[in-house]
Design a binder for this molecule. Structure first.
Ligand SMILES: O=C(O)CCC(=O)C(=O)O
Ligand SMILES: [Fe+2]
Length: 243
């Protein structure tokens, strides 16, 4: 049995954070930006680590370890054991492809924030985790996320008249709180995602954006009904006063 101490976790977090900083510098260079372009976003970063345990499951085809999703952060640096189960969705045909575990290697996922920052030059991949009928599995993802006050939007250097911003700005802290506090399952809608802020999605009425902004929509609706009620009361008193 392996015992994880707080010190070991903290040391691991610090090291993987350093690795992520290095990766962000390389990504900046790959986008033709100065190496330190992203550093400012991570001064008060909200990054986190998760310890995933997937117990073995006698009927694996009826269960999923983690349902299909795109990571919401900037990057995910994932450590996994040798059991396997992670699958990524191939874009061209939607086929689920198993990611073979490579010893002593990390898997790095591009998250939705990176996709927004790069105005779609980098794309976040959809993935899920299958369970194993005999073996339990462990994985440790590190989610690199910016300071809570960061306005997530395409970088200005990567947009111009020919290539306009594909996403509207969104406050990361508010996004995260909305996501965590959402009762999306009860409402049978998808939880909030950065791709809901795509300009093209937002134009479509009745599209995904309308679904996920139910909070805003219902708030404005109740505000509207309140206004109608007040107007009704005023009218009634006015009529009562006149007649
Ligand atoms: O366990 C894995 O391999 C991936 C887990 C994952 O996708 C996540 O926690 O976001
Ligand atoms: Fe994930």
């Amino acid at each position: 049995m392996v015992t994880l101490t707080r010190e070991a976790c903290e040391e691991y977090a610090q090291e993987v954070q350093k690795l992520s900083t290095k990766l962000m510098e390389l990504i900046a260079l790959s986008l033709g930006l100065p190496e330190n372009r992203f550093n400012g976003f991570f001064k008060d970063q909200t990054s986190s680590i998760r310890f995933n345990h997937y117990p073995s499951c006698p009927i694996p085809h009826l269960a999923l370890g983690v349902g299909q999703h795109k990571d919401i952060g900037v990057l995910t640096v994932l450590a996994q054991d040798d059991v396997g189960g992670l699958q990524v969705r191939r874009k061209i045909d939607g086929e689920w492809i198993s990611v073979k575990p490579t010893p002593d290697a990390y898997i790095v996922n591009v998250g939705q924030i990176m996709q927004v920052w790069s105005n779609d030059k980098y794309e976040s991949v959809e993935h899920r985790v299958m369970v194993n009928s005999e073996k339990e599995r462990f994985s440790i993802p590190f989610f690199l996320t910016p300071a809570h006050y960061t306005m997530v939007k395409p970088l200005e250097e990567l947009t111009d008249d020919q290539n306009p911003a594909k996403y509207r700005a969104c406050n990361w802290g508010k996004f995260f709180i909305t996501r965590k506090g959402s009762n999306f399952r009860k409402l049978n809608v998808e939880n909030i995602q950065f791709y809901h802020f795509r300009v093209s999605n937002m134009k479509k009425r009745g599209g995904v954006h309308r679904k996920i902004t139910h909070l805003t929509v219902s708030t404005s609706l109740s505000f509207l009904s309140l206004k109608i009620m007040v107007l009704y009361i005023i009218m009634k008193s006015l009529l009562a006063f006149i007649f």
